[in-house]
Design a protein around this ligand. Structure first.
Ligand code: NBP
Length: 476
């Protein structure tokens, strides 16, 4: 036994992760259900470091130093359970099983409990950054026991992305915390992408600009507060020309967005926890709307618009308005996502440090962005911050952009341009800051038809009004 870490599952992600470990000087045991992928890894990348290939799971496990550290990188779901079942009889007390695939966090909670009973550590780990991240340094979000992180953590930190020398990997929390945080990361990614798409649409229709011209605007934005991987690739994508037709690439792509399900999981969980993650939800539903072909067919050319075309007289001012609206909406989406992490952390007793999550998302992952530093700083100022928007920096940043944000949402509505994430983020902002909400009327209605009771503004207690009787108020 001489390998310090093992990877089973050598499709694109596992193969690159194994190479990343090897390139950092670790001796890596490698295994895959079908041996061909193991052989091709050794043939094509075997000279990058010290690999110990095995054809059987038993040999793979035997090649690992104790406590064994086995990273599973297979298709999420039944395949992960199949691999765990195969591993279990071969492992011994104190060994560490890492699931680095995209598991749904309730599965991770279940697996962690089962392996703990067997005396094993199970570390459900979010890994973001795709194929390239896995090879060159991903953002890594490991859950599980703190004890397992002592020996596993340094290895994961070594292969993670680094920003200013700081690893984009930290212990997240027990049980399913790592995969939960990865799920919210993906939800935020949905919101970020939708907001960028809305900004693009407004610029296109407001300026009548070409994709390439809008790409240049995004490139310019990438030098300021919005600097991020997604803005950067948006600039590249918009300037890309389709080789076959010579058209802007984005103009020849079918306008139906697909999804693999992590956005949906995030929204479902937001509903379960009762946390308004409207940015992520609008983004997920906007994809669903785009893919609703029969509905779009029935509505296209049929539903009247009664809209007036966007009149842009000052192009530079309009571009700046859209930029500020994008930034403010983005802050709302992140604020909501961090609320969701706080709520789940409280519910499951995970004690997740939100500032640390923003820190490990600064590199390696899809939502890496300059402004994540600001989020880390906000939670450093106040660990218990109830609302990211209420941090002084974000209050100012969003407040300064508010007139622009309102103009953009109003212009979009008047012109009949759908901007669901821009407008619902603004509605959330105005809702959360409201002195008084019409929720009072909803409580009154609920008491009327269902005797659901209400509380009063002027005294303690729970009350019910006898709506079908003499309308007197009773203490409930
Ligand atoms: P895939 O998700 O395509 O899975 C292929 C791997 O699973 C192969 O090694 C395959 O073995 C193995 N496998 C399957 Br399928 N069923 C199995 C079973 N019953 N027993 C054992 N092995 C089984 O690989 P991937 O695209 O590299 O993704 C791996 C994980 O990483 C997934 O959970 C995925 O969601 C996640 N992922 C993350 C990112 C990211 O950005 N973080 C990107 C892409 C994927 P075989 O070779 O014998 O068929």
């Amino acid at each position: 036994a001489r390998a310090q870490i093992g990877v089973t599952g050598l499709a694109v992600m596992g193969r690159n992760l194994a190479r990343n470990f090897a390139r950092h000087g670790y001796t890596v045991a490698v295994h895959n259900r079908s041996y061909g992928k193991t052989q091709s890894l050794i043939e094509e990348a075997g000279d990058e470091g010290d690999f110990v290939p095995s054809e059987s799971m038993a040999d793979f496990v035997a090649s690992l130093e104790r406590p064994r550290k086995v990273v599973i990188m297979v298709k999420a779901g039944a395949a992960t359970d199949a691999v765990i079942d195969e591993l279990l009889p071969l492992l011994e007390d104190g060994d560490i099983v890492v699931d680095a695939g995209n598991a749904h966090f309730p599965d991770t909670i279940r697996r962690e409990e089962a392996l703990r009973e067997r005396g094993l550590h199970f570390v459900g780990t979010g890994v973001s950054g795709g194929e390239e991240g896995a090879l060159l340094g991903p953002s890594i979000m490991p859950g599980g026991t703190r004890e397992s992180y002592e020996s596993l953590g340094p290895i994961l930190e070594a292969i993670s992305a680094k920003v200013d020398g700081t690893p984009c990997c930290t212990y997240v929390g027990p049980g399913g915390a790592g995969h939960f945080v990865k799920m919210v990361h993906n939800g935020i990614e949905y919101a970020d992408m939708q907001l960028i798409a809305e900004a693009y649409d407004l610029l296109k229709r407001g300026l009548g600009a070409t994709a390439a011209e809008i790409g240049q605007i995004f490139a310019e934005w990438n030098t300021g507060d919005l600097e991020s991987f997604l803005i950067e690739i948006t600039a590249d994508v918009l300037q890309h020309v389709d080789a076959e037709t010579g058209s802007a690439f984005v103009d020849i792509v079918l306008d139906q967005a697909e999804q693999k399900g992590t956005g949906r999981w995030t929204v479902q969980n937001g509903l379960d926890l009762g946390v308004p993650i409207t940015g992520i939800a609008e983004a997920t539903f906007a994809r669903a709307l785009s893919g609703g072909v029969p509905q779009r067919e029935a509505a296209r050319g049929t539903l009247p618009a009664h809209a007036t075309d966007l009149q842009v007289t000052d192009r530079a001012a309009f571009i700046e308005d859209v930029r500020q609206a994008l930034y403010a909406s983005k802050v709302v989406a992140y604020s909501q996502g961090f609320d969701q992490i706080a709520a789940a952390s409280a519910e499951h007793g995970w004690d997740v440090d939100r500032g640390a999550m923003a820190r490990i998302w600064r590199g390696g992952c899809i939502i890496r962005a300059r402004f994540l530093n600001r989020i880390t700083e906000a939670y450093e100022r106040d660990q218990q911050l109830p609302l990211l928007l209420a941090d002084e920096y974000f209050t100012d940043a969003v407040g300064n952009g508010l007139p622009a944000w309102r103009r953009v949402v109003a212009q979009a509505a008047a012109a009949g341009i759908p901007a669901p994430a821009f407008s619902s983020s603004l509605a959330y902002y105005d809702g959360v800051r409201a002195d008084r909400l019409p929720a009072a009327l909803i409580q009154a209605q609920r008491d009327f038809f269902g005797a659901h009771t209400y509380r009063r503004t002027d005294r303690e207690g729970t009350f019910h009004t006898l709506w079908s009787g003499d309308r007197t108020e009773q203490e409930a």
